[in-house]
Write a protein that binds this ligand. Structure first.
Ligand SMILES: Nc1ncnc2c1ncn2[C@@H]1O[C@H](COP(=O)(O)OP(=O)(O)OP(=O)(O)O)[C@@H](O)[C@H]1O
Ligand SMILES: [Mg+2]
Length: 211
């Protein structure tokens, strides 16, 4: 199997990059050898995995990369089927550029309001530049923290149609279980029955991205 690199990017803070990274990696770990690359100097992915208990370690390895990401990723591809890169909330410092330069997919988590979406897609230009150098890079917006029982607002659907980055059909709902997964250093896959609805969401996202 050729390896697949998925960069999780948004220059806006707190949209769910680390949450998406870790749960996606846990889901991917059931399908192949999976690595999380923690490209964020805040180190949240590494911290997440360290919260895990010894009996139940986080299901994917987490590797902190401080140096040039592109060269590292090229080397790491040989050893893993899936690599998920958690990026910092900034376009400075070269991490996002390096991740976009070598990734097959870029997932952009956005919060479910048009204002947030516009704030998030200001990275559109970096994406265009990245795609000029890496034409096979496939971008996907993933709407995160959708409120229970409220479908996306008409304004949000309209805003999603207006931008030229395609959005995944599957959204992530706002669920306490995602916060619990972070606190326990695990993922929604390891939290039993309360995690099942979230597992379905993450599996559907993986299927859409890898399709
Ligand atoms: N679908 C969700 N349901 C409930 N809580 C969520 C969900 N997604 C993210 N959160 C919570 O929102 C907060 C921000 O999420 P997260 O840390 O993943 O964002 P981030 O984009 O990585 O932030 P940063 O830009 O600081 O790296 C966290 O407290 C996380 O637990
Ligand atoms: Mg983060």
């Amino acid at each position: 199997m050729a390896s697949t690199v998925i960069a999780v990017v948004n220059q806006k803070g707190g949209t769910g990059k680390t949450t998406v990274t870790m749960n996606l990696a846990a889901g991917l770990a059931r399908r192949g050898r999976t690595l999380v690359v923690d490209g964020d100097p805040q180190g949240s992915a590494g911290q997440w995995a360290r919260m895990a208990s010894e009996e139940r370690p986080f299901p994917a390895s987490v590797f902190v990369v401080a140096g040039p990401l592109q060269r590292e990723l090229r080397a790491l591809r040989k050893d893993y089927d899936f690599i998920v890169v958690d990026c910092p909330p900034t376009l400075e410092g070269g991490t996002v550029e390096g991740a976009l330069g070598s990734a097959d997919h870029v997932l952009i988590p956005v919060l479910p309001s048009p204002m947030d979406l516009w704030g998030s897609v200001r990275m559109g230009r970096s994406l265009e530049q990245a795609r000029a150098a890496n034409p096979s890079l496939k971008p996907h917006i993933v709407v995160n923290q959708v409120e229970v029982r409220s479908a996306l607002s008409r304004a949000m659907k309209h805003a999603l149609m207006e931008i030229d980055i395609p959005a995944l059909e599957q959204h992530l709902r706002r669920r306490a279980i995602y916060r619990r997964a972070a606190l326990e250093g695990s993922s929604v896959y390891d939290l039993g029955k309360p995690g099942l609805a979230a597992v379905d969401e993450i599996d559907a996202i993986i299927d859409e991205v890898l399709a």
